[in-house]
Design a protein around this ligand. Structure first.
Ligand SMILES: *Cc1c(COP(=O)(O)O)cnc(C)c1O
Length: 395
């Protein structure tokens, strides 16, 4: 294992702070490294492998499609991508879909669509402080966190950031240049912070009043993570555009932009494109992901297990009041909130969890984030919480 790690560290551009491990295989909520050590996975490849690692029906669909047709580009129609689009349209507010390969790419598509919608004069997009929208230049510019901007200026113009949960300040930023408001219904990287329902309702009304598009970035919290297919359903606020990616393919690289007819009508043939977007293999996997999640009881179980995890984390918080201060989130995206002392040791808490073979991460310099596969069971939650208590007791 050491040799592979050393080779990897030497060969790649040094952009990642990786855990000192080489992962080899996975099943359900467990990952196994090259030494045969098993890890309890409460990260799921960053909210990606929601049906668990190597979910057999997805693997079967991938293999079958790979044997039939891997790629033809979007110069042609294919059945898997049309099936996927139909499932997304039938189960959301959307009338039309654009497919790409990642979260940043579908956010780029949404930004471009909003600018086309705005016309020549309206190009500015309001996003929120603490947000995260991706690592391409435009999505970095859309991200309301300075640390992601530093070193990459000048960034594409046309993005302004509203303070979190302050409707009046946001409303005050709307001008004759504004074309859209972009936000995550629950900020993931920003520290598992849900937006208030009234705040989102206010933003919806504001968008209607000024003819702005409301874009929800559900790259992380869509696809069942919060206990409904998309988070917006639980807020009762319907966007004009929604972006989905992470869990859409259960590990296959795929992203979808969902849009109303009215918003989508601003894109004409030739306005936007992707060579790989809607790749048949990725789409065949995503079709199975959607079919699985839409089966009866899937979301009610996510909600129930999410409540269970929340209660357990609250109990942990009561046991360690000097390090932790409550827990927050929705469904199976939960953050154990750290106190100032806890934050100072946040990275170290995650490292010690790793030593105890539990995978989680430190998000938004505020919380230990738990985003397990949605198929996690209560025994696995108990096991994780026991090891978490062991770690916190050693601090
Ligand atoms: C991860 C993430 C992205 C970026 O997705 P990539 O697939 O890494 O490009 C964008 N928005 C949100 C909310 C995310 O969590």
């Amino acid at each position: 294992m050491k040799e592979w790690q050393e080779k990897s560290s030497r060969l790649f551009v040094n952009t990642y702070g990786r855990f000192p491990v080489v992962m080899e295989s996975g099943s359900g909520c467990r990952l196994t490294d090259t030494e045969g050590r098993e890890y309890l996975d409460f990260l799921a490849g960053i909210a990606v492998c929601s049906l668990g690692h190597c979910y057999p029906p997805v693997t079967e669909a991938i293999c079958a499609q790979a044997a039939k047709l891997v790629h033809v580009s979007n110069l042609f129609h294919t059945i898997p991508q049309t099936e996927l689009a139909e499932l997304l349209v039938e189960n959301s507010f959307a009338d039309r879909i654009f497919l790409a390969n990642s979260g940043a790419e579908v956010n780029e598509a949404a930004i471009k669509l909003a600018r086309k919608y705005g016309g020549d004069q309206r190009f500015e997009i309001i996003s929120l402080e603490g947000s995260f929208h991706g690592r391409t230049l435009a999505t970095v510019a859309a991200t309301g966190q300075k640390k992601f901007h530093q070193g990459f200026e000048p960034l594409p113009a046309g993005f302004v950031y509203a303070p979190f949960d302050d409707f009046d300040r946001l409303a005050g930023m709307v001008s004759e240049k504004t074309c859209a408001v972009l936000c995550e219904p629950l900020q993931g990287e920003g520290g598992v912070r849900p937006l208030a329902k009234e705040y989102l309702e206010g933003i919806r009304k504001l968008c209607d009043k000024h003819d702005l598009l409301l874009i929800f970035d559900e790259v992380q919290v869509g696809m069942g993570r919060t206990g409904s297919l998309f988070a917006y359903e639980q807020f009762g606020v319907i966007p004009d555009i929604l972006t989905s990616a992470k869990a859409l393919g259960n590990g296959l690289p795929i992203g979808a932009m969902l849009a109303t007819e009215k918003a989508a009508a601003s894109f004409m043939p030739g306005d936007h494109a992707s060579t790989f977007g809607g790749n048949p293999v990725a789409c065949a996997g995503a079709v199975v992901v959607l079919q699985t999640m839409l089966a009866e009881n899937f979301f009610s179980e996510v909600l129930e297990k999410g409540e269970y995890l929340q209660e357990k984390l609250l109990a942990v918080s009561r046991e360690f009041p000097d390090l932790t201060n409550g827990a927050r989130g929705m469904g199976l995206i939960r953050g154990l909130v750290l106190t100032e002392k806890g934050r100072a040791g946040g990275g170290e808490i995650v490292n010690r969890l790793f030593e105890k073979q539990v995978l989680a991460n430190f998000a938004g310099n505020a919380v230990i984030r738990f985003i397990p596969p949605l198929v996690v069971n209560k025994e696995e939650i108990d096991e994780m919480v026991d090891r978490l208590c062991d770690v916190l007791a050693g601090f």
